[in-house]
Design a protein around this ligand. Sequence first.
Ligand SMILES: Cc1cc2nc3c(=O)[nH]c(=O)nc-3n(C[C@H](O)[C@H](O)[C@H](O)COP(=O)(O)OP(=O)(O)OC[C@H]3O[C@@H](n4cnc5c(N)ncnc54)[C@H](O)[C@@H]3O)c2cc1C
Length: 401
Amino acid sequence: MADLETFRAEARAWLEANCPPSMRQGAVAVTEDDDGSIWGGRKAKWKNPEAKQWLDRMAGKGWTAPTWPKEYGGGGLSNAENRVLQQEMGRIKARTPLMSFGLWMLGPVLLEYANEEQKRKFLPPIVRGEIRWCQGYSEPGAGSDLAGLRTQAVDKGDHWLVNGQKIWTSYADQADWIFCLVRTDNSKKHEGISFLLFDMTTPGVEARPIKLISGQSPFCETFFSDVKVPKEQLVGKLNGGWDIAKRLLQYERQNISSGGFGGGGGGYDLEHAALDYVGKDDGRIADADLRARITTHKMEARAFAMTVRRAEEESKQGKGPSAATSIIKYAAAKINQERTELMVETLGAQALGWEGGQFKPNEIMAMRAMLRAKGNSIEGGTSEVNLNVVSKRVLGLMDHQ
Ligand SMILES: Cc1cc2nc3c(=O)[nH]c(=O)nc-3n(C[C@H](O)[C@H](O)[C@H](O)COP(=O)(O)OP(=O)(O)OC[C@H]3O[C@@H](n4cnc5c(N)ncnc54)[C@H](O)[C@@H]3O)c2cc1C
């Protein structure tokens, strides 16, 4: 315990000295499509030089990946030390130094499944935010039934030749590399899939952005035509990619559940929004029905946050996330959708703005966040599919015949 308090004092002093002033207000809306989150990568624009400074300083300590081993660039912290670090960052409202599919999804499975050479090659650039990754899983015809994927990787002796199409590839147009599920054996479904890594600038790779109802284009259709991938970029066993794919999905669901869905209304709390927009009655939200629903929602959200915290503790003590992440992912989607819908309702006509000076940034964000949240029950596995996972793998129920 004394050690932890020493660590807390050191971390606090270091953060005080190294977190630039503009990085002490969490992520905030800079423009409609840019909330100031730091994603790094070769294409990063660094509109605010302090964002780059913050990333470099945190990465230098390995604190973008606090619990990863030091030998791969991580911070080598224990779970308890990491908790203290997160508390100290929260205390000064430090911005997350790096948002990254590499940190949340790929890195953890590389630590489990990759060979030593791959770990040394791919993990440190993830920690430093130099390489931004995207996830090549879904295909037209292979979403929930992911193992039905058809993108082919053919063994050409010294390389793999990849042909096919992915869809809903988040930020494929911004990413530098892709972790991609490919078919390497057509005679078997699940046992014919491999896990391949390749550079998005390889000839034959094309990412076409898809425009969404929210007005943003966070994902792409991604096409592969005769893409040559070096043999050593296959992770794990040939035709053994399905196990890695499932493991990565558990990390994805765990991350989505612990806050990966983002804000709804520019960090504006529902309760304060209601007091401002609906008005006060004796210090309380004036509309009794809305007040009751906001209260119920806040109680659920609080209980959910505590459950997530407990599940995280359990998964850190055990062997990482389990199928139970599906329960949390399901609940996270429901709660985020409820919250963003309640925010729109609370703001009333002021939430109908799409752009323009007559609406405040939080009003425009509220509608966009509500529309974006519709995807929460689809991304990372749909709610129906997660309920199937819970019934089969958590509750052990039989398939319906
Ligand atoms: C915001 C967002 C970001 C995404 N980012 C990525 C990404 O970066 N990379 C990537 O590869 N993919 C990504 N996806 C795709 C996502 O993983 C798929 O959309 C998802 O797996 C569902 O697949 P589908 O769209 O093909 O729907 P389908 O599988 O066709 O499902 C259609 C409907 O049928 C239901 N259904 C299907 N099978 C069953 C079943 N067995 N039992 C009960 N109901 C069933 C589903 O629940 C759904 O309601 C993203 C999606 C969203 C919304």
